[in-house]
Design a protein around this ligand. Structure first.
Ligand SMILES: Cc1ncc(COP(=O)(O)O)c(C=O)c1O
Length: 416
């Protein structure tokens, strides 16, 4: 059964195992906390050999020694040096960032921070009150994190014992699989079916047979931009499993957030972020809506000062200008439509309709997706290419400003 649904221990991904020393060998016995000082009978040379046997990685938890690092994107400055171009000359369409950045209020607020030398509010009270107003859900249900990424890990730390299972529906955001591996959990993969829809029947079967504790759902899904209907979500909520619905891109979808549903469904958590909608990816602010029965444990387990003073001030300032946020969103949606139309005309690309600020394209006509990405990099245009098996032969392009689309299209035209 496990094999049929792709049950895999993600610990087996990649990396070679390091040197496995067995830790320090004690030289002098300790009695009731006192280290006895004894003349060593070990010749000096032998002591060196003993010391050499100790390898730092012997202290690391075994499942982490086998962990492959997360493949993060390169920082702007590094890219700039590598490509020999100024950062502003790089067309960055590889990480679904918001090229318009945050509203001017954010820069003003950051420039006049009054208490950067004082630890931040561990409860992010100002921001949670603003989010309550923004979302219509009471602040008691809301917890803020250092990006949605931190909340994904925090949820796992609170829910999963080593050896527990989660359900992942690839292709999707790879942090779920990565964090599961960090937390010593197993990943049951239920791949998406036609047009990247969820295989609800298989999900129900694995929940029944494998008893996983969490399922991660993403709407709109990264990388294809598909959304989850109420009907499908309700079917999954009926199952005996904690549903984490990641709405990082919900603002671009035209559908309402399900944040308020956490008052009705005890097994639902909804995650959102300021990274995309508010152009604050660099400041790291995400938030989640939780049932009351769950949130209290996250409060206990979270790092007290996880959201910095700068992050909270910036997020509050961004929410003060909803007109700016709306205008930027509208520009990105307009550009998404234009980009889709232009990509459809490229003879070696098949774009998928998207409800988000990115478009997934299948690379067709015998062209190599990795090569395509690399050729565009040389022209200063960054797009996302995948090496995992579900997405070999695909690239993802973030929606940028009109001039970014123009530069991308010029690059693609030169490669035609
Ligand atoms: C689906 C999804 N969830 C969460 C995140 C991370 O959000 P944050 O920047 O708030 O950590 C991303 C980032 O790309 C994402 O694609």
């Amino acid at each position: 059964m496990a094999a049929a649904f792709g049950l895999c221990n993600t610990h087996s991904i990649g990396a070679t195992e390091g040197n496995r020393g067995s830790g320090f060998s004690r030289r002098a016995p300790a009695i009731r906390g006192t280290v006895l000082s004894m003349a060593s009978t070990i010749p000096a040379q032998n002591e060196d050999t003993q010391q050499q046997k100790v390898s730092g990685d012997s202290f690391i938890r075994p499942h982490l020694r086998k962990l492959s690092p997360y493949q993060a994107i390169l920082p702007f400055e590094v890219l700039s040096t590598r490509l020999g171009r100024k950062p502003e000359e790089i067309i960055k369409l590889d990480a679904n960032e918001n090229p318009y950045g945050p509203p001017p209020e954010v820069f003003e607020a950051l420039g006049s921070l009054r208490f950067p030398y004082i630890y931040p509010d561990p409860e992010s009270r100002r921001l949670r009150a603003a989010l309550a107003e923004d979302s219509g859900l009471e602040a008691g249900h809301i917890l803020v994190g250092c990006g949605a990424d931190e909340l994904i890990d925090l949820i796992m730390r609170c829910v999963l014992d080593p050896g527990d299972k989660i359900v992942d529906c690839p292709p999707t955001f790879t942090m779920y699989e990565f964090d599961a591996a960090v937390n010593g959990a197993h990943v049951i993969k239920v791949p998406r079916i036609t047009d990247f829809g969820l295989d609800v029947e298989k999900i129900a079967n694995v929940v029944e047979s494998e008893k996983p504790k969490i399922i991660f759902l993403t709407s709109p899904n990264n990388p294809d931009g598909s959304i989850i209907s109420d009907e499908v979500l309700l079917k999954i909520l009926e199952l005996r499993i904690l549903v984490v619905l990641d709405e990082a891109y919900i603002e671009f979808s035209g559908i309402e957030s399900r944040m308020k549903w956490v008052k009705k469904y005890e097994n639902l958590i909804v995650l959102r972020t300021f990274s995309k909608r508010a152009g604050l990816a660099g400041l790291r602010v995400g938030y989640g809506a939780f049932p009351m029965s769950i949130i209290e444990y996250l409060w206990r387990a979270k790092q007290p000062y996880n959201v910095s003073v700068a992050a909270e001030v910036a997020a509050c300032a961004a929410l003060q200008n909803p007109v700016y946020l709306e205008t930027v969103k509208d520009s990105l949606l307009k550009e998404r439509d234009r980009l889709f139309g232009l990509l459809s005309q490229v003879p070696f690309l098949k774009p998928y309709p998207s409800y988000s600020n990115f478009i997934l394209c299948e690379v067709t006509s015998g062209r190599d997706a990795k090569q395509l990405k690399e050729d565009l990099v040389k022209m200063g245009v960054m797009i996302r290419h995948y090496s995992n098996k579900e997405l070999r032969g695909y690239v993802r392009v973030s929606v940028g400003k009109p001039e970014h689309t123009d530069a991308l299209m010029e690059g693609l035209r030169r490669l035609s």
